[in-house]
Design a protein around this ligand. Structure first.
Ligand SMILES: [Zn+2]
Length: 93
């Protein structure tokens, strides 16, 4: 699964530190408070299209909304992988 933060029209890669982590770590520093590492959580999950889901991203460091987190499952795994996403990567509240 590929995960991106979409902030001000830019796609920034992010990683989950381990399976089941409650946050993702975004490349670079927080655009709001410059904290590193820049950690985000997702809230308000919805399906963006057949290929991905999106959620509102919230910065852990300053507790502010920072755009949208978009996760694109590996299509090789199809629907089964989709079902597993809820238990993987960014925790959805
Ligand atoms: Zn911040």
């Amino acid at each position: 699964m590929k995960t991106f933060l979409i902030y001000e029209g830019k796609r920034i890669a992010c990683k989950t530190p381990f399976v089941g982590a409650d946050h993702a770590v975004v490349d670079g520093a927080c655009p709001l408070c410059k904290a590193t590492p820049f950690k985000i959580a997702g809230t308000g999950r919805r399906s963006a299209d057949d290929l991905a889901w999106e959620a509102d991203a919230v910065a852990y460091c300053c507790d502010q909304p920072v755009g949208i987190v978009r996760a694109e499952p590996n299509t090789l795994f199809g629907v089964r992988e989709d079902a597993r996403i809820a238990q993987m990567g960014v925790r959805i509240y």
